[in-house]
Unconditional design. Structure first.
Length: 328
């Protein structure tokens, strides 16, 4: 009797771990494609590496693509879907995405490579999640593990994409948008640190340069020489609206804590960045990350994992798209 109970006990545990957790809770799993697509991580990493080798900015663009995927309908690859005539409205033409989000063709190319080895097996949103991680680490971020098993959505929501956090809105609004996705104020500060790489168009911060809040003067919080430089690159006329400026000009392509060092030096580019260093809910974290690069890199991975779990479809929900641009 005693012996029987002893044997049964671990089996019950195994049953719970291997079956119930999948079938009942549909959790993501680090080894989700371990047997069905063993080379997945290599294929993705190579695709991301070659895209960045060709175009350094692509590291930043892939991270942002993943953010804009996860904040609309959850991480379901909805941002990757093209419009189809008037019958299907995608998210690519939403204001925050159009002429701004980049990297769609990189994900499409990696997906095509993955399909050669593992047809109809790996979701587009999992590929994008891995690609964002790889892009960040190639640029200098610390590695983090990505659990897999997300499935692709069959719908998109352009209205929701138009409500992605904007550089013109208040920190209160931005925090509540993050909260509605299960992310907290710390995640706002940490994930904004992605602005340590990549570029912004002049129109996203030009209101700070010449007539801030109708004052007829620049934002008094902008450091003088930083302001002068921006006024030169982004003169007060509409033809400079789409000119690109580095989000972190001292170390543009390096994934480091330079973003926070800029913020404490009144050299944050976007209004939504700058406010993190003045609001008492976030300022102490900004100072912390400006001093401790390792702390930022560690926390960044943790917040990216949280973001990658927003509203994921698992189990039988959604689908595994064959082409990331169209539902099957
Ligand atoms: C907190 C709210 C956020 C606001 C208001 C915001 C706003 C912006 C804006 C306005 C741009 C420039 C777009 C353009 O000029 O075309 C930008 C670029 C970028 N954002 Fe954010 N962002 C936010 C959060 C995030 C998050 C959470 C991430 C990722 C974790 C992220 C990653 C990036 C990256 C990497 C770029 C550069 C992209 C490139 O060069 O292609 N941002 N963001
Ligand atoms: C994985 O890649 C290795 C080479 O890196 C190759 O030999 C092997 O056949 C690939 N396996 C699959 C299942 O594609
Ligand atoms: C390389 O990058 C340029 C933009 O800098 C882009 O136009 C081109 O399509 C890219 N080529 C490849 C093979 O990715
Ligand atoms: C799309 O997003 C908007 C704004 O978040 C929401 O009100 C609406 O219900 C969504 N539509 C669908 C079909 O989910
Ligand atoms: C602050 O920014 C200015 C101009 O960008 C630069 O000259 C100065 O060295 C910076 N100070 C620190 C402490 O980074
Ligand atoms: C921030 O300041 C306000 C008043 O200025 C105060 O009520 C609040 O408790 C402060 N919050 C923190 C986190 O220090
Ligand atoms: C600053 O960093 C330390 C760890 O280095 C941490 O214990 C502390 O809570 C952080 N403070 C803030 C406000 O983030």
């Amino acid at each position: 009797m005693e012996r029987k109970a002893f044997i049964k006990h671990p089996l019950v545990h195994l049953f719970h771990i291997f079956f119930l957790s999948h079938l009942v809770f549909c959790q993501l799993d680090y080894r989700f494609y371990g047997s069905t697509c063993p080379n997945l991580t290599k294929i993705v990493r190579y695709g991301v590496w070659s895209a960045i080798a060709n175009d350094t900015r692509m590291a930043a663009s892939l991270i942002r693509l993943h953010f804009h995927d996860c904040f609309v309908n959850g991480c379901d690859g909805s941002i990757l879907l093209d419009d189809v005539g008037s019958t299907f409205v995608g998210e690519k033409t939403a204001m925050p995405n159009q002429n701004s989000v980049r990297g769609y063709e990189v994900i499409d190319r990696i997906k095509a490579d993955v399909e050669k080895f593992c047809p109809s097996t790996v979701s587009c949103t999992d590929i994008l999640t891995l690609a964002a991680r790889d892009a960040a680490t190639i640029a200098g971020a610390r590695y983090w593990m990505v659990a897999l098993g997300r499935r692709d959505g069959r719908t998109a929501n352009k209205t929701a994409a138009n409500q992605l956090p904007s550089p013109f809105e208040s920190l209160d609004n931005i925090i509540s948008k993050f909260n509605s996705k299960g992310l907290d104020t710390k995640d706002v500060v940490v994930l904004s640190g992605a602005h340590t790489i990549g570029f912004a168009q002049c129109f996203t911060f030009k209101h700070r340069l010449f007539n801030f809040g109708g004052s007829g003067k620049p934002d008094p919080d902008l450091e003088t020489s930083f302001l002068k430089g921006l006024q030169n690159v982004c003169p007060d006329q509409t033809d400079s609206d789409s000119t690109l400026v580095a989000l972190d000009s001292p170390t543009t392509n390096r994934f480091d804590n330079g973003y926070y060092r800029n913020l404490v030096n009144s050299s944050g580019l976007l209004q939504s960045d700058h406010v993190l260093s003045t609001d008492n809910r976030t300022a102490s974290m900004v100072v912390n990350y400006s001093k401790y690069p390792y702390l930022f890199l560690k926390d960044f991975g943790a917040s990216m994992v949280k973001m990658a779990n927003i509203g994921v479809l698992t189990g039988q929900d959604g689908e595994i798209r064959k082409d990331c641009k169209v539902v099957n």
